[in-house]
Design a protein around this ligand. Sequence first.
Ligand code: FMN
Length: 186
Amino acid sequence: MLDIVGLCGSLRAASLNRMALKLAAASMPPGMHMEIVEWRELPPFDADMLAAQGMPSAVLALRERIRRADGVVIATPEYNYSIPGMLKNAIDWISRGEDQPFSQKPVAILSVTPGPRGGARVQYDLRKVLLYVNAMTLVKPEVFVGDAAAKFDGAGLCTDEATRRVVAGQMEAFGLWIAAVGRMNG
Ligand SMILES: Cc1cc2nc3c(=O)[nH]c(=O)nc-3n(C[C@H](O)[C@H](O)[C@H](O)COP(=O)(O)O)c2cc1C
């Protein structure tokens, strides 16, 4: 069973991105399972804190969870055309140290917004940051869910058939990508 960690770029209780992450979890092909991991306890990145006390326990736990995973799915909104600060902060913490949990790790990205473009701009900024940490980010299919408020119901379930199909297709491609990265790494 492939162990997948889901990270949501929004802390909001009613987050559309968390709904999409749950849709991705439910759409996984047999042999893949996603656990959505919450990370709101992470403090703001502080190099002095790191030097004086080492990694905070919440960071250590998240780094270890990512290290153990076969892959990571990130669903994120776009904030001011870019990565939400809290998500970037989490990646900044994770990226410190010799042992790099994201290195060679398969990652899939989806972005969800109530606006029409579905986070078209945030994804390329996130891909750039994931490149630095040497993640193996799935190239295609790209998944942008725009007008998302109309695509999920009050229970957080996706009512839009096209979105369900696209997300399921991405999860299928992600399973193949994890296998390909595994072969590449021997
Ligand atoms: C600080 C901030 C900046 C935002 N900037 C953008 C933006 O650049 N593009 C966009 O499509 N939506 C933007 N939005 C709207 C978010 O896409 C919307 O709030 C979305 O629902 C957040 O995702 P969530 O539902 O997962 O919490 C912004 C929202 C906030 C709070």
